[in-house]
Design a protein around this ligand. Sequence first.
Ligand SMILES: [Zn+2]
Length: 236
Amino acid sequence: MKKFACTAIIIFSLISLAGTALAWHDKTHLAVAKVAKYRMWYNAAGPDIAKIKAGDVEGYNHWYNNNWKSEVIPQTVTSQINRYNKANVLLDIDGHLYGAIIASLREYEASLASGKYGEYHLVYCAHYIGDLSMPLHNVPYDDYNKNHHSVNDGIVDQEVLEHPEKIERHMYRITLRDNSFENDLIREIVRIANISRLLGYKMQAENRNMTPEEAYIQLGHSASLLKAVLQHYKKL
Ligand SMILES: [Zn+2]
């Protein structure tokens, strides 16, 4: 009986750790895709809409809670790729945002190769690249995260679409070589994930929200990476 109670407590805490974080609000996702010059920018919030019907099957693609606060390394990304579109609350309590970026592009390429319409896979990728720079999608979903999540999701949402220049001034060139595209992309996901999680820890240590300036710097990382991905696929 005691053993059962212990197991139940462990399972319950794992499930509550998984959480259901939201994401940058809609206009913020749209703005990232728009400044990256993605022609289908107006769909970039769609993957959040998919969550209300697909539930955790889609939800786990949007965050990596990094419950052990570990440095993100290439292996962190590659180990998540085959978890795309799966929701195993016991084996995948951290979520798999980083792997979802790679997996959605693999599905995009597979669709193109088979002559199907693949664009929506690229839309998913554009959204996940947006989530990558949201600090609270890269840190444990603890009380601080729960209490501060929604306000930080919307920190610049009211004005961002009218002020693309506020993201553009933080954009920079990212090179993803055609002959090592996936490895280069993994390297960039790792780099941005670590920047984002460290900002998340800083905000938590100071018990505060992001400043608008910090948010725009973060969005600049997402927009720069999305632009590099679009360049690779000759979408610009
Ligand atoms: Zn999202």
